[in-house]
Ligand binder design. Structure first.
Ligand SMILES: C[S@@+](CC[C@H](N)C(=O)[O-])C[C@H]1O[C@@H](n2cnc3c(N)ncnc32)[C@H](O)[C@@H]1O
Length: 254
């Protein structure tokens, strides 16, 4: 793990300390391993490469930033934004300090799970990027914590800034879901629905795991002028050969 007491040398690995990774699941070692696998997925499915402009929606303390930097030799112009202030502070003083083309922005948006005192409605968030300036925009495990209006707005914002690929992860609920429930293979049952019909797992922690109907997701992307290719994840137990648990949507401007 990185010690704050000594000077960083070229080639030093950046590790996210336990109190920050715990918010996103797992140990520092797991964060590094999961990040590396995602960076590979970004290349395989999203065409990510060095020298591309990147926007990371809800970047946390920088799990994906570190993995992308390691994979592409810190050659990207990367911006991550996040609603948890401590995550952004950590990412700035470690990642940006060593790699200044990796920037982190704090936006004080409300999320009942992650930032319950947030002052900005998610539907009022403007992503920190100019129109059509981003080659690879991504959101890993963000729409799994957002409800209908916020999701529609975030997809619209992603469409505004993206000129290349927008990759995002979801829990997609479609006609296969009841079959997975019946078979007992699904990690989530999503027993609750809010007024807009969005599904959630825990009545006492509604944003901890959120599932969206496939028809609603297609509408968000269609209305935003994006194509929408679904790559099924493993969470339902029926995604054969899936690399990750969550479903992945790869989208491009039409
Ligand atoms: C499970 S973590 C994933 C973090 C990061 N994307 C990763 O994969 O390492 C979910 C993240 O979503 C962020 N989040 C929740 N609501 C958000 C919003 N409205 N806008 C941006 N980020 C949000 C949380 O603060 C948290 O960092």
């Amino acid at each position: 793990m990185w010690s704050f007491g000594r000077k960083r040398k070229a080639g030093d690995k950046i590790d996210i300390p336990q109190p920050l990774t715990i918010n996103h699941g797992g140990t520092p070692e797991e964060a590094r391993k999961i990040g590396a696998k995602w960076a590979e997925t970004f290349e395989l499915l999203g065409g990510l490469g060095p020298d591309q402009a990147i926007l990371d929606i809800g970047c946390g303390p920088g799990r994906m930033a570190i993995a992308i930097g390691d994979r592409f030799d810190w050659r990207n112009d990367y911006t991550g934004f996040e609603i948890v202030r401590d995550d952004v502070a950590f990412a700035r003083r470690t990642i940006s300090k060593a790699h200044p083309t990796f920037e982190f922005v704090h936006i004080d948006a409300y999320n009942v799970q992650y930032n319950p005192l947030g002052k900005v409605e998610p539907t009022a968030v403007r992503f920190p990027a100019d129109d059509r300036s981003i080659d690879f925009c991504f959101a890993t495990s963000i729409f799994t914590h957002l409800f209908a209006a916020d999701s529609a707005h975030y997809v619209r914002e992603a469409a505004r800034v993206t000129r290349g690929t927008f990759l995002s992860t979801w829990f997609v609920i479609d006609e296969g879901f009841p079959k997975a429930i019946e078979a007992g293979t699904s990690r989530f049952g999503f027993p609750h629905r809010d007024a807009d019909g969005v599904a959630y797992e825990h009545a006492d922690a509604i944003a901890a795991a959120v599932g969206h109907d496939w028809s609603a997701i297609q509408r968000y992307f269609g209305d935003a002028g994006l194509s929408c290719d679904l790559h099924r994840g493993a969470w339902r137990g029926d995604g054969k050969g899936a690399r990750h648990s969550q479903d992945i949507i790869v989208a491009r401007p039409r």
